[in-house]
Design a protein around this ligand. Structure first.
Ligand SMILES: Cc1ncc(COP(=O)(O)O)c(C=O)c1O
Length: 362
């Protein structure tokens, strides 16, 4: 029997488990969003996010989930008569291409098989035609547990296609995986906070380059809720356009302080260690779904080579230990299962969970 007031501990790849001290931040007294206390909270949070994302450019806080920024990035950075190259390697990158199309943009697809990475040379071959205003890339494909080689892709783009805007969904990558926004030359990179920031869902964060902001000025039909120009105007006053999810921003502020005191290199290293541990377990008993070279350090998609009943295993562990991990996403349900190792999940907790899975599968 499910009981939402006594929910399982979450090892699904988002939302992930949130620590009690983080939850408590959401219960602080509320602030008036046009008053000094909020501008102080906003300013502090943005200053820390700039350090965390390695950028001196713009940070915007979105009271929406990350899907809103899929739309925002397209509506602000790709003109109605321009073409965007959408790289696709799994369910979420596929969805973004659909969102771009739903915004009325001309979309060209660059598809690889699920579980494979998108490589710089593939993008290079497409961009050589010169017809693209922007390219979309999913940093970490949550459906397949794959991290695209974004450092290499970014280097190629910077050298050969400096005029093409680089739009990056880093939803399950941000904070857990190395990335340096300004060095990479990215134009928009975003995540929702229920992944490696380890905060309940309800807020998303984006870094936006100055040139993306400049470009958006001339793009018609940006709409209201996701207009970068309006965001920039409010951000200059350390505010948001509409009433933001203030409790979430308090929790984000708290998590940013923790991340910076740990140091980003250490945070990435902690994720790498968790990734290595879960991959070693998965390879001994099953196999990895994706090409191991690109296996993610924030979640593992395990290929169900033993034909276990994934749904039943998840239910059994929930019943006995009030803990859940993730079934495969979409068409990969039962064929794979997914274990998150991001945010405030610890190696000890992972050991415990994997031990319980071992007990179930025998
Ligand atoms: C890679 C990726 N992009 C986008 C999304 C959509 O994010 P949200 O649910 O916050 O809108 C998800 C959600 O899991 C995701 O994993």
């Amino acid at each position: 029997m499910t009981d939402w007031k006594n929910p399982p501990r979450l090892f699904i790849p988002g939302p992930v488990k949130v620590n009690d001290d983080v939850l408590q931040q959401l219960a602080r007294p509320t602030l008036g969003h046009r008053l000094g206390e909020y501008t102080q909270l906003h300013s502090e949070t943005v200053t820390m996010l700039k350090k965390i994302l390695f950028t001196e450019q713009n940070i915007f806080l979105f009271t929406s989930s990350a899907s809103g920024i899929w739309e925002a990035a397209i509506r602000n950075c790709v003109g109605p008569d321009e073409t965007v190259l959408c790289t696709m390697c799994g369910a979420f990158s596929d969805k973004w291409a659909g969102v771009a199309r739903s915004c009325g943009r001309d979309v060209e697809e660059l598809k690889v098989e699920w579980g494979q990475a998108t490589l710089p040379e593939m993008i290079d071959e497409k961009l050589a035609s010169g017809k693209y205003a922007a390219v979309t890339i999913v940093h970490n494909e949550t459906s397949t547990g794959l991290t695209n080689p974004v450092a290499e892709i970014s280097e190629m783009l910077r050298e050969k296609y400096p005029d093409v805007l680089v739009l990056v969904d880093s939803v399950s990558g941000m904070v857990g995986l190395p990335s340096r926004f300004d060095d990479y030359g990215w134009d928009v990179a975003f995540a929702s906070v229920q992944k490696a920031f380890a905060i309940p869902p309800g807020l998303a964060v984006a870094a936006v380059s100055d040139r993306a902001l400049e470009k958006s000025k001339a793009v018609p039909g940006r709409g209201y809720y996701f207009d970068f120009q309006a965001f920039a105007k409010s951000a200059a006053k350390n505010q948001t356009v509409t009433t933001p999810a203030i409790p979430h921003i308090m929790a984000l502020n708290y998590q940013c302080e923790r991340l910076l005191s740990e140091g980003m290199e250490n945070v990435w290293d902690r994720h790498r260690k968790m990734g290595e541990f879960v991959r070693a377990w998965a390879k001994e008993r099953f196999a990895l779904f994706c090409d191991e070279k690109y296996a993610s350090n924030t979640l593992t998609a395990v290929k169900n080579t033993r034909g276990i009943n994934v749904g039943e295993t998840i239910n059994a562990i929930q019943e006995k230990h009030n803990t859940v991990f993730g079934n495969g996403y979409g068409k990969l349900k039962e064929e794979t299962f997914r274990i998150a190792h991001m945010g405030d999940i610890t190696l000890d907790e992972l050991k415990e969970l994997l031990g319980w899975i071992d007990e179930e599968i025998g």
